[in-house]
Design a binder for this molecule. Sequence first.
Ligand code: ADE
Ligand code: ZN
Length: 322
Amino acid sequence: EQLRILLQRMPKAELHIHIEGSLEPELIFELAQRNGVKLAYESVESLRKAYAFDNLQSFLDIYYAGASVLLKEQDFYDMTMAYLRRAAEDNVRHAEIFFDPQTHTARGVPFQTVVDGIWRACQDGPISATLIMCFLRHLSEDDALATLEEALPYRDKIIGVGLDSSEVGHPPEKFCRVFERCRQLGLHLVAHAGEEGPPAYIETALDLLNVERIDHGVRCLEDPLLTARLAREQIALTVCPLSNIKLRVFGDMGEHNLLALLDAGLAATVNSDDPAYFGGYMNANFLAAFDALPLTAAHAHQLARNSFTASFLEPEAKRAFI
Ligand code: ADE
Ligand code: ZN
């Protein structure tokens, strides 16, 4: 009970949240109505029932369908503000928010509409928040390069770039040129790797893309040399426990390797990934992991500290939180 209270109340940073994955079925229906978009589901309940996944791709298909209701700047604002308010309730003090511009520009929504709506909510919201633009890895590198060009006028609203969507078959090296360009622009770099994909993708994300953090990364433990390197270099892993169970990366939470990652000296953090789809926001992720694994108060403090240390906050801002 005391541990639950500590988990709920401790200040924390969220470093792995796809804003489109925070879109709750209720808001999807509200926006569909507001925008006259026809949905393939007739009620909030039938949509929520469709949230049963076997793997990453079956989730992504529903996630991209849900995002189809986002058309106007106000839609992006409302989605982001709902997330920031919900995160604040979980004592998240700072969030580094992923967004997927290609999901929207491919449907004819202007890049500016997407960034302006999300960014304005971050200015107005109750917690500190910054933006990381993700490239969809199932699309080409040329498409990513074109998206980066579109983002240049908004460079000051974006702190970094990431790589998400279907992992297997789309290794990090497919995006070498665009990540090199982003590095030259002084953007922070992260990538999803080692979620469904092999440990080798973690290595190429580090060596060929020069990323500073690995999103997920849980499959690193299959490679002892890689594990030792991640510990030595203190490369942060943004772990998402409920996501890993829903997408069947692990059979159940009792089999999750969060404790093993911490025991190996890795800079693991806890995050929600796509909270509207995976059954919970930050505290639900902490509680589910701590209920199923022999994690202690010391681990809780370590995870909270890791989340601020691994953030892209300025050193003074970091120190104020730690
Ligand atoms: N897009 C949204 N959530 C994702 C995840 N967990 N992995 C890859 N791409 C995603
Ligand atoms: Zn993710």
